[in-house]
Design a protein around this ligand. Sequence first.
Ligand code: 5GP
Length: 214
Amino acid sequence: MSSKIRRRRGILFVISSPSGAGKTTLSNRLRHTHDDLTLSISATTRAPRKGEVDGVDYQFISKHEFERRRDNGYFYEWALVHGNYYGTPKAPVLEILRDGQDVLLDIDWQGAQQMLQERDHDVVSVFILPPSMDELERRLRTRASDADDVIAQRLDGGVKEITHWLEYDYVLVNDDVDKTAAAVDVILRAERLKRFRQPWLTGFVNDLLVDTDA
Ligand code: 5GP
C-alpha cells in the first residue's frame, strides 16, 4: 500500500505586489527552499533591465510577436502593465500541474483574476504590501535600474495594484523580509496539505478501513 503513488493536485502559487515591495526577493527565497516549485517564465514586451537574461527572467519579445502569440491562445493570462504587455505561457504551466507539481507565478492583479477564472481551486494567492509608500519609493530608487519617469509610473501603478488587496487569499506586510519569507513558506506548506489537494487520501483511507474490517 505504501508503494502507491501519492500524487497531489498542483498549486498555482500567485504572488502579487506593487513593484519594489520585495516580491522578487521573496519568490527567489521560496524557490531556494523548494526545489520542486517551478517559476513560470513570463513573456514581456518590456526592454530587459541590466543583468536580466532572456529565457531566464523573461522571454523578451516584440509587441507584434506578443500579439501574435496572444491571438493564437499561447497565454494562460496576459495583461498590459505599466505600458508593456506581460503574459504567462500556458503549455508549461499545464505540464507542471499535470505532474502534480506547483508553479510560482509573479503576476499582477489582472493576471491573478484571470488565473482564478481559469482554475479557481488550484490558485493560492499572496499579496505583498510595502510597510509604507515612502519605503516603496525608496526601494524603487535604490534599485536604480529605472529612469525617474519609469519610477513615477511604477509608483502610480503600485497604488492601483494595492487597491486589489482584498482579492487575495493572504496579505502580508513586508517590513521584515526574513519574517515575510517565513510566512510565505508556511502558506505554501499548509496549502499543500489541504485535503482536496491530496485525492490519493480517499483510496488510502478506504484501504485502511478494509484492513480494519479484516
Ligand atoms: P517588472 O517589469 O517589474 O518585471 O514587472 C512589472 C509587473 O508585471 C509586476 O507587477 C509583475 O508581477 C507583473 N508581471 C510579470 N509577468 C507577468 C505576467 O506574465 N502576467 C501578468 N499579468 N503580470 C506580470
